[in-house]
Design a protein around this ligand. Structure first.
Ligand code: FAD
Length: 297
């Protein structure tokens, strides 16, 4: 596997912003991932893992060390149909791919996964979920286990984590770090709902109506504080349309910051800080970012 130098990361993020990775690789196999970890260890450089890049803000000053991007480590390995439908996939498999067998069997995870960007490992790391009150609505409800590769005593080792081994909280998981998530198994009881295909169509239509999907973004920038909707607070504060350079609070959905053209990460972060300050001063509520900041800040 080739380890490239000075790769522009903006091309690997949904926001289309961010500087260069000192070193960068695109593993396609488990052996490639292990090779990447061994290389970083030998060179004494830190590693940063990215998946679909739909929830990250990469600094304009780039990322130190080796960025391991798993987008090419993508394959549904197996689909097993018994009393549950189980799907096992490589970490970089798009959620949209894992959705397909559930949709074919008219099972509820198809509705949950539709419209969720990024890959399976990103879904696990973020405990990705939807605001609609559907079941399932968060990754914790569908994951059986996932595997993590890391170096142990200088050698690659893979550890499997069962769902119950992990602390799953709102848009966050703990108890598996550090390492590279490599495989994920999800499952759901094999009890079809004939309306699932229609519900998936409606949910997809709803997203197109409510979200600025025609512009680069990272989805909801802020977590919803207990008892509040971040989008509603930002809109109430009159911040829709607030712009710094190429970064703008979406006119369509106030919890989205869109790249209206040529945005820099420094402009996105200025919008984030301004929104936090105004919401704090008007409503005394602290908005915390859902989006992960990567690189030299
Ligand atoms: C238009 C739009 C709509 C969205 N709607 C939703 C929504 O409804 N609900 C929701 O929850 N999210 C939503 N998101 C955010 C995002 O899609 C999810 O958080 C998604 O699960 C992130 O997956 P990813 O593969 O893109 O992860 P990335 O953005 O690449 O990474 C996210 C984090 O995971 C880490 N990571 C990624 N892969 C690995 C790995 N293999 N091993 C270890 N660490 C890893 C990264 O270092 C980073 O910290 C939306 C985003 C967009 C752009």
């Amino acid at each position: 596997m080739q380890i490239q130098k000075q790769v522009v990361l903006a091309n690997y993020t949904w926001w289309k912003v961010g500087g260069v990775a000192d070193h960068f690789c695109l593993p396609e196999t488990t052996t490639d991932i292990e090779e990447a970890l061994l290389w970083a260890d030998k060179e004494h450089v830190p590693i940063t893992v990215i998946g679909g890049g739909s929830n990250i803000l990469v600094s304009d000053d780039g990322v130190e060390g080796l960025v391991i991007c798993l987008k090419n480590f993508s394959q549904v390995e197996s689909v097993e149909k018994k009393d549950r439908l189980s799907v096992t996939a490589y970490a970089g498999t798009l959620k949209a791919e894992v959705l397909k067998p559930f949709l074919q069997e008219k099972l509820a995870p198809a509705l949950f996964l539709c419209g969720l960007p990024g890959d399976m490992a990103g879904g696990v790391v973020m405990n990705a979920g939807v605001s609609e009150k559907i079941i399932p609505r968060e990754f914790v409800e569908i994951v059986d286990w996932f595997e993590v590769i890391r170096l142990k005593d200088g050698k690659p080792s893979t550890q499997r984590y069962q769902n119950k081994d992990i602390q799953w909280t709102y848009r966050h998981t703990d108890g598996w770090q550090p390492g590279v998530i490599s495989r994920v198994q999800v499952s759901w009881p094999n009890t079809p709902d004939v309306d699932i295909p229609q519900k998936v169509k409606m949910a997809t239509r709803n997203r197109v109506m409510k979200q600025p999907l025609n512009m680069p973004s990272c989805g909801s920038v802020f977590k919803n504080p207990a008892g509040y909707s971040s989008g509603a607070l930002i809109e109430k504060a009159g911040l829709k349309g607030y712009t710094v350079g190429g970064a703008q609070v979406s006119e369509k959905h106030a919890n989205f910051i869109v790249n209206i053209g040529g945005a820099k990460a420094s402009e996105v972060i200025q919008v984030i800080r301004h929104v936090q300050a105004v919401v704090k001063s008007q409503f005394d509520v602290d908005l915390q970012t859902e989006v992960k900041l990567l690189g030299r800040w």
